[in-house]
Design a protein around this ligand. Structure first.
Ligand SMILES: NC(=O)CC[C@H](N)C(=O)O
Length: 492
C-alpha cells in the first residue's frame, strides 16, 4: 500500500479536486492519508503550524484527509514574482529568487528535496495521494521533470490520468497524452478518470469502450459536472459571485501579482456581499468597501495601481465616506513609502505610497511566516480571529499605535498589528484569512456598511466541509473505488 499519483491531460482537468475527493474517501475508511504535490507554482499559499509555506490545494486536501498540515505535502513551491522568475520555497522556507532557466538546472537538487519529503510521508502514512502539475505530455519540460512522470518513475507508483470532458476533445487528450509518454511511463498509467461530464452517460459508453480497447487501460470512473462546487482555488482567481440579497458592495483591486486571493472566498460566497474584482483598465466605481489585497511584488503592484485611475478613485471614495481595507501588501501600500534596499522583490528600491496612514514599510530578507491568533479590535468589538502571515515587509510608524488586530502571541514578539485610521475609514492588517472567522467577518462587514448590513454570517469552514462531503459522496458513487484502492495496495 502506498503511493498513487493523479496526473491531468491539461491544467484545470480536476487533479486537485480528485485528490481532495479521494483523500476524504480514504479518510472515511479510517486510513491515514497524506496529500502530496512535488512541485507547485502558485501565489496562493497556506502556512503550516510549524511556520512553513505550502500550496493552498494541499492545505485543502489535508482538511479533506483530516490530517495536520505539513510542509512535506508540497516540498517545492514556486511563487512567480516577475515574468521570468520566481521565489523558490523548499520544505516551506524561501531559499532564493530564481530565473526560470536557472531553475531548470536546479531541478536535480529540487528532486532530492521531493524524495526526502516523500520518504518521510511513506514512513508516517498508510497512503499517499500525489497530484501532478499541468500535463505530463509537455515534452519540452520532460528533462529532469519532478512534477509528473519524472516523480512517478522515480518512486515507481501507479498513475491515473484525469481529463475534463466539458472542454471537449477528451479522447484525443487521453490518447494523445498517452502517446507522448515513453513506454515505461505508459506502463505506470493504470487507468483514466473523466471529469465534469454532463448529459446522457448512455451516449458516452461506446466512446469509453473504444478507449479501453484502444489503450488497454480501464476507465475508472466518469465524474459528473458538480454545479457550484466551491473549494479553495489553487491559483486562478474565481470571479463567480453568489449574491442573493445584496447589502454590501466590495471591490477588490486585481493587482498583477495578487497573492492569497483565497482571503476573499468567504466574501465571494457570502449571500449578502456583492464582491467584484476590479481589473486592469476598469474603474472601481461606487462601492462600500475597497480592498487592496496582498501582493508578491508590492512596489511594482503599487506603481501599477498608481498608473490606473485607482488612486484618485480611492481618495474620492473616502471623501464620500467609503471604507478602505489593505491586507498585507495592501496594508503596506496604505502607508507613506515602501523601501526595498536589498532588492528582495524588485529592482526599484523605493516608492512613495498612498499616504493614507503614517507608517513606512521596509522589505527585508527575513520572511515572517506564521499562523496567528488574537482579536480584531474594530468598532469596539473584540472578536476572536485566527489566520496567518506571509510577508517580508516590516512596518513602522505612529499610525500603528492604533492597531486593527491584537495578537495573543507572535513569533516576532509583535502583538499589535495594522492600524485603524482616526476617522475609522481606513484599516490595514498583515493577517490573511481574516474573513474566514465568521464573527470577525461580521464585525468588519458591519463596520464597512456603517451598521446597515444585517449581521448575517458566512462560515467558510462549515461550507468547505459540506463541499468535501459532497465531493467524496460523488467519488464513491461514480468512481471504481475498490479498483483504485487495489492500485494503492499493489504499489511496489
Ligand atoms: N502576502 C503579501 O501581501 C506580502 C506583501 C509583501 N510582498 C511582503 O512580502 O512583505
Amino acid at each position: 500500500m502506498k503511493t498513487l499519483m493523479i496526473q491531468g491531460t491539461t491544467s484545470d482537468a480536476g487533479k486537485s479536486t480528485l485528490v481532495a475527493g479521494l483523500c476524504r474517501v480514504l479518510a472515511r475508511r479510517g486510513l491515514q492519508v497524506a496529500p502530496f504535490k512535488p512541485q507547485n507554482m502558485a501565489l496562493n499559499s497556506a502556512v503550516t503550524p510549524c511556520g512553513g509555506e505550502i500550496g493552498r490545494a494541499q492545505a485543502l486536501q489535508a482538511i479533506a484527509a483530516k490530517v495536520e498540515l505539513s510542509t512535506d505535502f508540497n516540498p517545492i513551491l514556486l511563487k512567480p514574482n516577475s515574468d521570468t522568475g520566481a521565489q523558490v520555497i523548499i520544505h516551506g522556507r524561501a531559499i532564493s529568487n530564481m530565473e526560470a532557466a536557472k531553475y531548470q538546472d536546479y531541478k536535480k537538487v529540487a528532486m532530492q528535496a521531493v524524495l526526502a519529503s516523500h520518504q518521510r510521508l511513506d514512513a508516517q502514512y498508510q497512503a499517499i495521494l500525489v497530484e501532478g502539475a499541468g500535463s505530463p505530455a509537455e515534452i519540452n519540460l520532460r528533462e529532469n521533470d519532478i512534477a509528473n512522470m519524472g516523480f512517478a518513475c522515480e518512486v515507481n507508483c501507479p498513475v491515473i490520468i484525469v481529463a475534463d470532458i466539458d472542454k471537449g476533445g477528451v479522447f484525443a487528450h487521453l490518447v494523445g497524452t498517452l502517446a507522448l509518454l515513453s513506454e515505461a511511463e505508459q506502463a505506470l498509467v493504470k487507468g483514466f478518470v473523466i471529469n465534469r461530464f454532463r448529459g446522457d452517460i448512455g451516449l458516452l459508453q461506446s466512446g469509453l469502450d473504444w478507449l479501453e480497447a484502444y489503450t488497454n487501460k480501464p476507465v475508472l470512473g466518469v465524474l459528473p459536472y458538480l454545479h457550484s462546487l466551491n473549494l479553495d482555488a489553487e491559483d486562478a482567481v474565481t470571479v463567480e459571485n453568489h449574491v442573493t440579497d445584496k447589502q454590501l458592495s466590495v471591490r477588490v483591486l486585481l493587482l498583477p501579482h495578487i497573492s492569497n486571493h483565497t482571503d476573499f472566498d468567504s466574501l465571494r460566497l457570502h449571500p449578502n456581499v456583492d464582491l467584484r474584482y476590479v481589473r486592469h483598465g476598469e474603474r472601481i466605481g461606487a462601492a462600500d468597501l475597497i480592498i487592496i489585497p496582498g501582493s508578491k511584488n508590492v512596489i511594482s503592484d503599487l506603481a501599477f495601481l498608481q498608473s490606473q485611475s485607482w488612486q484618485a478613485e480611492i481618495l474620492r471614495h473616502l471623501r464620500f465616506g467609503g471604507k478602505v481595507l489593505g491586507i498585507c501588501g495592501g496594508l503596506q501600500m496604505l502607508g507613506k513609502a515602501i523601501l526595498d534596499p536589498d532588492g528582495v522583490e524588485s529592482t526599484q528600491q523605493s516608492i512613495e505610497a498612498l499616504s493614507l496612514a503614517d507608517f513606512t514599510t521596509t522589505l527585508t530578507n527575513n520572511k515572517t511566516l506564521t499562523q496567528v491568533s488574537g482579536h480584531c479590535l474594530l468598532a469596539d468589538t473584540y472578536e476572536a480571529i485566527h489566520g496567518y502571515e506571509i510577508h517580508c515587509g516590516v512596518s513602522d510608524g505612529p499610525a500603528l499605535d492604533s492597531p486593527f488586530m491584537h495578537f495573543t502571541e507572535h513569533p516576532t514578539g509583535q502583538i499589535k498589528d495594522g492600524f485603524i485610521s482616526s476617522d475609522k475609514q481606513v484599516v490595514g492588517t498583515y493577517l490573511h484569512g481574516l474573513f474566514d472567522n465568521p464573527n470577525a467577518a461580521k464585525a468588519i462587514l458591519t463596520w464597512a456598511s456603517d451598521g446597515r448590513m444585517q449581521a448575517l454570517g458566512f462560515d467558510l469552514a462549515k461550507h468547505r466541509e459540506q463541499q468535501l462531503e459532497r465531493l467524496a459522496d460523488t467519488c464513491e458513487q461514480y468512481l471504481n473505488i475498490e479498483e483504485i484502492l487495489a492500485l494503492l495496495s499493489t504499489d511496489k
